[in-house]
Ligand binder design. Sequence first.
Ligand code: VGL
Ligand code: ZN
Length: 212
Amino acid sequence: MQASLTPNDDDVLLVVDVQNDFCPGGALAVPRGDEVVPVINNLAERFKHVVLTQDWHPAGHASFASSHPGRNPMETITVAYGDQVLWPDHCVQERAGAEFHRDLSIPHAELILRKGYNHDIDSYSAFFENDRRTATGLAGYLHERGLARVFLAGLAFDFCVRFSAEDAVNAGFSAIVLEDACRAIDLDGSADATRAGLEALGVRRLETSKAI
Ligand code: VGL
Ligand code: ZN
């Protein structure tokens, strides 16, 4: 069991949104978000293939509360594709908040996948935007490269990591979330809901020390 979780050449580590705005001091700070940085740096050394995601919104993005007069951050509204949490302005293209944490060091990362760049659609998942229809191209990239098993780490556990893991499974990959290499926003019980949701889909949750 343990041996099968040693990364091999068919595995990819998906490092989700380890950006300044999701770390303490950032616009949408995930509590203790910066603690994942050394864990992920170590973890990444064990993987031949690493993909980084970068939340990358245009100014005035539809997911920002500031784009909806009278609305406040963390409220949920209904948009064309369903429920959407309204966030503080964050990860605006080319601003400092959108840069990766300065201590994140994964020189061999092969792809940086940006998401959330469509003005009217948020994108938690690295595979599909929040309309659940617009593909980012990541599934095709992984398939074409013969990468079948996706290990996930990063921010936030209960949003972008969760949606990415669920979509990975739905796209036919196996997915393993390395929970101690993640931190959660935990909005209205979303961290517990994430654990239940992942379990229901058969996504394994592991600690890095057990996975490698
Ligand atoms: C995220 C909320 C908004 C995330 C991104 O990376 O989990 N959460 N944008
Ligand atoms: Zn975002």
